[in-house]
Ligand binder design. Structure first.
Ligand SMILES: NCc1[nH]cc(CCC(=O)O)c1CC(=O)O
Length: 311
């Protein structure tokens, strides 16, 4: 037990947010600390507008404000929702073991993507998903989609859409992974940088809490997220940009035949209408995660990524 009293964890009110914050609370309790959830309503929860309209960071600003003013001690974010710029006075003290980073299709009739005929309606608002789905050239009708996961899945069950594309991790967290009809290999659809990862944040000057939370950190998960977000930052793009990235820790053999961990990173950008797409990949030391991301972004830019994203 710590002498500091109950650790207050700020969370959005959605089932997904409460579940993932609840996991962090449970991990803290498991480690012998007192912790509780404090639900905070964000502008993103109140608006049905596409995220590109209401702005990057819409889900996280209110929670960070509560952290700054001391209403809460810890914020648990979906890492992919965080702007790439670091927040003054706050520290990401832990990246817990990451969930599946892949995007998932939930289609009527249990169909996979290749079974959807041209003209099928597929709901998703993320420009990254729109662009990559269009680039596949399947003649799909991409429709805007917002709201919590329950609302999104309801559009398929209710017959309004033939399919939706969402993050598989979100469905796993709310116990609805059974509804996934296809988990997209990144070769088909590159996930959002940091998808499936959590960022556990606290005030930088709360040294005691920084070290308590550090016990929840998973180094490989942090390395993959650092690499992916480094691509995004170097492209000067935000979480609503048509940028996909996935990093994985893979085993390889060094010059002496010893098994060593390396970081494999793939990333790409696509034009919203699918008319153009650029992808690249790199493999290197895990300790160079951020540099590898920057190098990959530089290659993408050299090959015209800025122009592709503008189209
Ligand atoms: N943009 C919304 C969002 N932010 C985090 C998740 C859940 C998955 C995750 O933690 O990456 C989702 C839903 C989705 O993209 O389908």
């Amino acid at each position: 037990m710590t002498g500091r009293g109950t650790i207050r964890i700020g969370t959005r009110g959605s089932l997904l947010a409460r579940t993932q914050s609840g996991d962090v609370r449970d991990a803290l309790i498991e480690a012998g600390h007192d912790a509780e959830l404090v639900v905070i309503t964000t502008a993103g929860d109140l608006s049905a507008e596409p995220v590109e309209k209401i702005g990057v960071g819409v889900f996280t600003t209110a929670i960070r404000a509560a952290l700054h003013n001391g209403e809460i001690d810890v914020a648990v974010h979906s890492y992919k929702d965080l702007p790439t710029a670091p927040e003054e006075g706050l520290t990401i003290a832990a990246v817990p073991p990451r969930a599946d980073s892949r995007d998932a299709l939930v289609a009527a009739g249990g169909r996979v993507l290749g079974e959807l005929p041209p003209g099928s309606t597929v709901g998703t608002s993320a420009p990254r998903r729109v662009a990559q789905l269009n680039a596949l050239g399947l003649g799909l009708e991409i429709r805007p989609l917002r709201g919590n996961l329950d609302t999104r899945l309801g559009k398929v069950a209710g017959g309004e859409l033939d399919a939706v594309v969402v993050a598989r991790a979100g469905l796993v967290r709310i116990g609805r992974e059974d509804e996934v009809t296809e988990a997209f290999d990144p070769v088909v659809l590159l996930p959002a940088p940091a998808q499936g990862a959590l960022a556990v944040e606290c005030r930088s000057d709360d040294a005691e809490l920084v070290s308590i939370l550090a016990e929840l950190d998973d180094a490989p998960s942090r390395a993959t997220v650092d690499a992916e977000r480094s691509v995004l930052a170097a492209l000067e793009a935000g979480c609503t940009a048509p940028v996909g990235a996935i990093a994985e820790v893979v085993e390889s053999l060094d010059d002496d035949g010893r098994v060593v961990d390396e970081l494999s990173l793939r990333a790409g950008v696509a034009a919203l209408d699918g008319s153009d797409e650029i992808r690249a990949s790199v493999v290197g030391p895990v300790a160079r995660a951020v540099e590898l991301g920057r190098e990959l972004a530089a290659e993408l830019l050299e090959r015209g990524a800025a122009e592709v994203m503008r189209d």
